[in-house]
Design a protein around this ligand. Sequence first.
Ligand code: UTP
Length: 293
Amino acid sequence: MKRSVTKAIFPVAGLGTRFLPATKSVPKEIMTLVDRPLIQYAIDEARAAGIKEFIFVTSRGKSALEDYFDDAPVLEQELRRKKKKDLLDILKSTTMDSGQIAYIRQHRARGLGHAVACARRLIHNEPFAVILPDDVIAANKPCLEQMVEAYAETEGSMVAAMEVPADRTSSYGILDVEEGEGQTLRVRGMVEKPEPGTAPSNLAVIGRYILSPRVMKHLSGIGEGAGGEIQLTDAIAREVGGDGVHGFRFEGQRYDCGSKAGFLQATVAFGLARDDLRDELSEFLSALSLSTS
Ligand code: UTP
């Protein structure tokens, strides 16, 4: 019987250079969309998909991230004293049980594949999820939950996939897939950041994965790939001829919150989705577009 997916790795050890100077002292994953840090969206998505163990691959300077999941007794006491139950509930929903969460250190940013491999001793002979918190996906059914359901019908590994413009393929891992109509497509090959004009398709890998434990083994055997980094794509590609890999075309809107433009777009979209902010924000945006047109 196929094993369920109960562990997720959150690689959060990157340097976040595109957000300097902010990321000099603030981890990118703590930056907020409206009033919730990016990491909270990722955790909520993982929980909805049935994840029970949360493994963070962190690095120097990320202690704010670890603090974020702790109890905050002084704050709680104060909110209780002031009878602010709503805020208290919000605060409590961010706390994680000590036994649910593990932090592993990546000592040097050697790439996403290397970050995932740092968690290898916590993954046994079981499939595991990987979530990149800077890919935020707004969807009726959370993306990882969609994937877990589709995964139950397939073998091997699965990666989230989305069409990107042809001139953007060199920024992504790109899939070569068999012809197909549905959401789940069999992968024939994968290439990380293909040279312009050489991409096998414009179907890009987005930061949600369900991986066979064999990918951990491949990670220990591969060398540096694109950009001189240990690439997760290269290790997953080895499974194409093994247990197999599927691309999953998820339903939902993905925001690249690792880029400034994507982060701003997500901020506006998430603000407009909030009942308490929609009217004021849309009024402001209309006035702004009138004044700039
Ligand atoms: P990015 O490619 O966005 O790199 O990593 P980055 O360092 O976060 O940001 P920039 O490009 O310098 O602005 C994608 C994901 O992989 C993690 C990042 O934390 C992010 O979640 N990552 C990347 C690691 O954990 N370790 C690495 O060595 C590289």
